[in-house]
Design a binder for this molecule. Structure first.
Ligand code: ADP
Length: 685
């Protein structure tokens, strides 16, 4: 795939490029969507459920605390009543034994755990009675919660004044206030009448518990609500009594050893509980940390909300456990997802292994490796079968390809063969065409020549006749012009000869002579004699190599004419002298007919290429006195008997060589083609 593109495209390419990846994505998509959703739902739901559980717990904690509070209140009431009804107290009071009364009350106070227990008998004690009765409708056995000011407490229990004052500590989140100290007392109190036998009230007994700075009381509540080990994970249970919004006794710590007495409740809690009378069940910021908290209002005898009872426990450890648990759940989900992805990947890989192998095989085939095959695959399923089929298919294709290649080679051979044949037949066609053209030309020339020769014959005869007549008539008088007459004679004879030769070529049948089987060596020797006068004046040496034993089927005069023509040409080619070589050999034609080969070679200038080309054309001559008909007619004569006349330069480059081939039995005329034999020696047959 090329350099990586931006992530989105890269990711889509990753999926697009592989079926395995596509299916993998398809299989994992629900897992990837469903599992996180499930995890999220579980987290939210678990969180809420856990919070509800904590609230439920703190509510029951508050109920326990309230139960104890009410129990203590009841005990104050019942204890006070029991002492008021005691006979010893009645007797001591009736006897005016103040010392005994004090001893009895002190012992009872100790026993009942009260902070004060006093008796009022006369008008002198009215103030104390009034203090007790202020917030009390009827002094029955029930104890009440009451808030007393400093004077009231002084009258009732001056020894408690030391515990009265609660300095107010500025507190975060509390409602604004400029009070510096709380100097009222919150008490659980009870009053009971001491009556004589006739049922007359002789005195009033007042008992109570001061809640300001009452640490044992609050610690006891805390121990009841949160006994050791009841809160897990180092959470701390706390309990507090409020007068209005001020902590008058608490086990909540400000610092390590300092209790948070004098601090105030948060404004939110104060509004809800003190103003509206609700019970608060929620997280709350207590002094310096978050607590799972429960507050409920405390009412005095008149139903006025004078304070609050609080219990709660530190939220932090629970929160840590909660988040730890949620973390574990999340980790489990992640683990499950990773495991599922890993399994899917492995599975997909094993499923798609054959597909990938097939793909690689096709790639190698495309790269030119025709022998590439998928090979054995582990999968037994449809994909495995497909891979096997592909191999079989590739085998078949390979076989067909090889057959095609063989056919192609054969076809190439055949095409080359046919092409050669065509070239050959084309060459023969061209040759035949040339021959046809030549024949037609020759025929035309023949006709023309014959008619011209015929027309010239008569004037020649007239000239010759008149010349003879002139000579006869003049007799000796012709002597002065005898030389001129002789010249005219010669020229007339020359004209006649030319005309005869032309007619001989043009109408061969009219001139065709008697055909014999001739001894070529003999004819050659005769011809030499006939050109003897030409040789006499030259410095030409004649060499003979006459080995022919076969005979040639040809007319004697015609063969002699041909040979003389060749000899004369050779002599004329060597004006400065040289060697005239004559050669004969037995020879055999292409179709096995026996014959003779004859060669006339000279050491003259040889044949220039342009001469060679035009040598056998009629009227081609390079000599001033030549007529250019000799070779043309000679070839015509030889070919008439199925022979050939060819010309060329000697292989040693010294002069020309002309060769005549004739069979013993005259053959059908062969058409001459090449004008040369390129100096090949005459075959030795
Ligand atoms: P002519 O002899 O009248 O010219 P030919 O047909 O016999 O006509 O010869 C044609 C020409 O061929 C000559 O003019 C000459 O140029 C050339 N030729 C023939 N024989 C030879 C030879 N042996 N050596 C060189 N040239 C030759």
């Amino acid at each position: 795939m090329s350099a990586l593109r931006p992530p989105r495209r890269g990711a889509s390419l990753w999926i697009q490029r592989s079926v395995r990846n596509k299916l993998l994505a398809m299989a994992l998509a629900p897992l990837l969507v469903v599992l996180p959703l499930l995890a999220a739902v579980l987290l939210v739901w678990g969180n809420a459920a856990y919070d509800r559980l904590l609230i439920t717990k703190v509510r029951s904690d508050l109920a326990v605390a309230r139960g104890y509070f009410d129990q203590v209140l009841a005990e104050v009431g019942s204890g006070t009543s029991a002492v008021a009804e005691s006979h010893a107290l009645l007797k001591a009071l009736q006897g005016g034994d103040a010392a005994t009364v004090n001893r009895l009350l002190l012992a009872a106070r100790e026993r009942l755990g009260l902070d004060y227990l006093t008796v009022t008998t006369s008008a002198a004690d009215d103030a104390a009675r009034t203090a007790h009765a202020m917030a009390e409708p009827a002094g029955e056995r029930a104890a009440q919660l009451a808030v007393l000011d400093e004077a009231q407490l002084t009258r009732l229990a001056p020894h408690l004044l030391a515990r009265l004052q609660v300095p107010i500590v500025p507190t975060l989140n509390a409602a604004p206030s400029d009070r510096k100290v709380e100097n009222r007392a919150m008490v659980m109190r009870a009053s009971a009448a001491v009556t004589d036998d006739s049922g007359r009230t002789i005195a009033m007994l007042h008992g109570g518990v001061l809640l300001n700075h009452n640490l044992p009381f609050i610690d006891h509540i805390n121990r009841i609500v949160y006994p050791d080990g009841s809160l897990p994970l180092d959470s701390q249970g706390t309990a507090t009594l409020f007068m209005d919004d001020v902590r008058i006794t608490t086990n909540v710590r400000l610092f390590k050893d300092q209790r948070a007495v004098g601090t105030r409740v948060s404004r939110a809690v104060s509004d809800a509980v003190l103003k509206r009378g609700d019970t608060w069940l929620d997280r709350a910021f207590v002094v310096s940390d978050w607590y799972v908290s429960a507050y409920e209002p405390l009412l005095d005898a008149t139903g006025r909300r004078v304070g609050m009872l609080y219990v709660g426990f530190l939220e932090k450890p629970f929160r840590a456990v909660k988040y730890g648990m949620l973390g574990v759940i999340g980790a489990i989900f992640l683990g499950v997802m990773a495991l599922a992805a890993w399994f899917s990947l492995r599975w997909a890989r094993s499923i798609f292994r054959p597909v990938e192998q097939m793909n690689q095989t096709m790639q190698r085939i495309e790269d030119g490796d025709g022998a590439a095959r998928v090979g054995p695959v582990a999968a037994q399923d449809e994909l495995g079968a497909l891979a096997n089929h592909l191999d079989q298919l590739l085998d078949v294709i390979g076989e067909k390809t090889r057959a095609l290649e063989r056919w192609a080679v054969e076809l190439d051979g055949k095409v080359a063969e046919r092409t050669a044949e065509l070239a050959r037949s084309n060459a023969s066609l061209v040759q035949a065409q040339q021959q046809l053209v030549k024949s037609e030309k020759l025929a035309a020339i023949g006709q023309l020549t014959a008619s011209v020769a015929h027309e010239i014959n008569n004037p020649i005869a007239v000239i010759q006749g008149n010349l003879d007549l002139m000579r006869e008539t003049l007799g000796d008088q012709a002597a002065p012009v005898s030389t001129e007459l002789k010249l005219v004679d010669e020229q007339v004879e020359r004209m006649r000869l030319i005309v005869t030769q032309l007619l001989q070529y043009a109408r061969p049948t009219e001139f065709a002579g008697y055909v014999e089987t001739l001894d070529v060596n003999r004819v050659l020797e005769d011809s030499l004699v006939l050109v003897g006068h030409l040789l006499a004046h030259t410095r030409i040496e004649v060499t003979r190599d006459l080995q022919a034993r076969n005979r040639a089927g040809v007319n004697r005069q015609e063969l002699q004419q041909v040979i003389i023509n060749l000899l004369v040409n050779a002599i004329q080619a060597m004006p400065e002298g040289g060697t005239l070589s004559l050669q004969t050999r037995d020879w055999q034609s292409g179709d096995g007919a026996p014959g003779v080969a004859l060669a006339v070679a000279d050491t003259g200038a040889g044949l220039a290429p342009q001469t060679l080309e035009r040598l056998f054309r009629p009227f081609f001559t390079t000599r001033n006195d030549g007529n250019g008909l000799g070779l043309w007619i000679s070839r015509g004569l030889v070919e008439r008997y199925g022979g050939t006349l060819t010309a060329g330069n000697r292989s040693d480059g010294r002069g020309a060589i002309f060769e005549v081939h004739l069979t013993t039995e005259p053959q059908a005329p062969v058409e001459s083609s090449a004008s040369t034999n390129n100096g090949r020696p005459i075959p030795d047959r």
